[in-house]
Design a protein around this ligand. Structure first.
Ligand code: ADP
Length: 613
């Protein structure tokens, strides 16, 4: 390692050093964050820090006054000198009390600030997560970054600010000590300062290494978190128990810990050893200066009081030094963690600034023009060359094997993804030109993996149209259409019945019942004229599914419906049927036409019909 003080640093070393310093740029943002969170507390912190930094040198200086006054009183024996000595003791006592008050004040304002700041940062992270695209959530690296930011970053900004203030406080003390000491010898000041540099450099390096370790092992940490979920969550318990997965999962969990621990231990040991070695250097410098002061006192170049003061200045200066070192190492680490937070918060999210609230050809319906889509990182397209037209008043059924692209098509239509080729139009206007809100208001969609919110049953339906979440008649109507009303009416608290098992008195529903709740959710959107059901009826009996579809056919003239189902008894009722195979439309028409064609559709239909005979 280069010693920047002993030889001119090489070019590469300057670059490394500058990079290290560059990391500190997040300090400003952290301070702004804290300032924005609570001005009062920030001012209190800064003020108390200032006073707490100046008081210890004042105490040391008073100490010298006491001793010299006592020594003076002994030699003169006058009452006036004795009173002076006692007066200085009184002053020191007051200073010490003021210092204690400052420390407590610092503690209190930090605790208050910590709570507010943690909340603020979590809000920032959640706000950002809200604006992310679906593709972001599927990106493992970004997901890691978000998890890290969530796990660490709420404590880091305060830690950084606390350390910055601590740094200022100790620097202030140190400068004052230096000023006191400079009267003895400027060379001594320089000696002590230089002796601390190697420890500083080593601290920054190790902090960097610790961070890289932390960042790099994030996937492991995530695996661990996932194992915890699988072992400890109710919805996994059934299968984990029956397959006796417990020991296997716990073993994997433990293996990850052991691997990470081995790395941690190595770093901790090296950090400790270097810290001790370089600390010795500072101690040697300190005691060298000690000897110097003692010699000066014995030669009567300084008074006894001055000697006491210098010794105290050395001692406290040394601890101020090591506090500064720790603060700098810690700040470096905090900055690295914050870089993670701010990288996440600064992640550019494509603005979707479409402005259209109605189409150029109202009543044209939905059009897919040569639409193709490849998932990020995938080698082959999930959809290609899809042409499709669905005018208002018609019901479209999508059929095809698993993985043929049906859900992907719906995700494109609902703009969860952008097509990588071609375009989709609604009422003659490309989806990209629509105002996102206007578009969303027109679409009601339920996916096969719809969410089972651990809310009340009324809220589970109401989330389908948030502005109307509390309107009982709307909820009743939607529940009626989604066929959930009969079992909701039987529940003890009606719409206010808590669902799921996470919270007290929660009721669990059967999968079919959950699907009816989800369907009712889709029916909440009264203004929606595009209703999309992606296999939400799979767990219902055939009769219930047919009835749901019947309700879809009762839709008004200007509404469109898209249904994905594997039940041909339902599919055959659709006006238009599109058969997807490996991401391409291979057949399209109505039931009779497709049966007459005797192709893929007819084959699948006959296969299922044979099963029922
Ligand atoms: P379907 O709904 O017809 O069963 P999907 O549209 O879900 O089929 O899937 C079509 C293809 O896209 C499949 O090959 C599937 O593996 C792939 N796929 C689906 N979702 C994703 C995703 N989020 N990321 C990458 N590939 C995906």
């Amino acid at each position: 390692m280069a010693h920047p003080h002993s030889s001119p640093p090489k070019r590469a070393d300057i670059g490394w050093f500058r990079r290290s310093l560059g990391v500190f740029r997040y300090t400003r943002r952290a301070v702004e964050l804290v300032w924005g969170t609570s001005r009062g507390l920030t001012v209190a912190l800064a003020g108390l820090t200032l006073v707490a930094g100046l008081l210890p040198p004042a105490v040391a200086w008073t100490g010298a006054k006491i001793i010299d006054a006592v020594v003076g009183a002994i030699s003169t024996g006058t009452a006036a000198d004795q009173r002076t000595a006692l007066m200085w003791i009184g002053v020191e006592a007051l200073l010490v009390i003021a210092l204690a008050a400052c420390q407590k004040g610092l503690d209190v304002s930090q605790s208050l600030l910590r709570a507010q700041l943690g909340h603020r940062v979590n809000m920032l992270i959640l706000d950002k997560a809200r604006t992310l695209e679906l593709t972001h959530f599927e990106d493992a690296e970004l997901y890691d970054q978000m998890t890290q930011a969530r796990r660490e970053a709420s404590s880091r900004p305060l830690s950084l600010v606390r350390r910055s203030f601590g740094l200022m406080q100790n620097t202030l003390s140190l400068v004052s000590y230096g000023a006191l000491l400079a009267a003895f010898s400027p060379l001594a000041v320089l000696l002590l300062a230089v002796a601390a540099v190697p420890a500083f450099v080593s601290e920054t390096r190790f902090a960097g290494e610790a961070f890289r370790l932390f960042k790099w092992r994030s996937p492991e940490k995530r695996k661990q978190a996932y194992l915890e979920v699988v072992i400890a969550r109710e919805d996994y318990a059934k299968e984990v128990k029956l397959l006796e997965l417990g020991p296997l999962l716990v073993q994997r969990y433990d293996d990850i810990f052991q691997k990470l621990y081995a790395e941690d231990r190595s770093l901790t040991l090296r950090r400790g050893l270097w810290g001790f070695g370089l600390g010795l250097l500072s101690s040697a410098a300190l005691y060298g200066a000690y000897v110097w002061v003692a010699v000066a006192a014995m030669a009567s170049r300084i008074t006894l009081g001055q000697m006491t003061m210098y010794l105290m200045v050395f001692k406290q200066g040394q601890s101020a030094f090591s506090a500064i070192l720790q603060a700098v190492g810690g700040m470096y680490e905090d900055n690295l963690y914050l870089s993670n937070l701010y990288e996440f918060l600064d992640l550019p999210v494509e603005a979707r600034e479409g402005t259209a609230v109605e189409g150029s050809r109202p009543g044209d319906g939905i059009r897919f023009e040569q639409v193709g889509f490849t998932y990020p990182g995938a080698t082959s397209p999930a959809l290609s060359g899809v042409d499709l037209h669905l005018p208002p008043g018609r019901r479209l059924a999508l059929v095809g094997h698993n993985g043929s692209g049906k859900t992907t098509l719906i995700k494109l239509l609902t703009r969860l993804y952008e097509p990588t080729e071609g375009r989709i139009l609604l009422d003659g206007t490309p989806l990209t030109e629509w105002q996102p809100d206007a578009l969303r208001r027109r679409v009601g969609v339920i996916f096969q993996d719809f969410v089972r919110y651990q809310f009340t049953v009324g809220e589970n339906i109401g989330v389908g149209d948030v502005p109307h979440i509390d309107e009982q008649p709307r909820l009743d109507d939607a529940a009626e259409k989604g066929m959930a009303k009969p079992f909701i009416d039987e529940m003890p608290d009606g719409h206010d019945t808590q669902l799921g098992r996470w919270f007290k008195n929660g009721r669990e529903l059967s999968i079919g019942q959950w699907q009816k709740v989800a369907l009712s959710r889709a029916f909440m959107r009264e203004q929606a004229d595009i209703l999309v059901l992606d296999e939400p009826t799979a767990a219902m009996d055939a009769e219930a599914e047919a009835e749901i579809f019947q309700r879809l056919t009762d839709l008004t003239e200007d509404q469109m419906a898209i249904l994905i189902s594997h039940r041909f008894s339902t599919v055959r009722m659709a006006d238009d049927i599109v058969v997807l195979h490996k991401g391409a439309v291979v057949e399209a028409g109505d039931h009779e036409g497709l049966m007459a064609e005797n192709g893929r559709y007819a084959h699948m239909f006959n296969l299922q019909a044979a099963g029922y005979q």
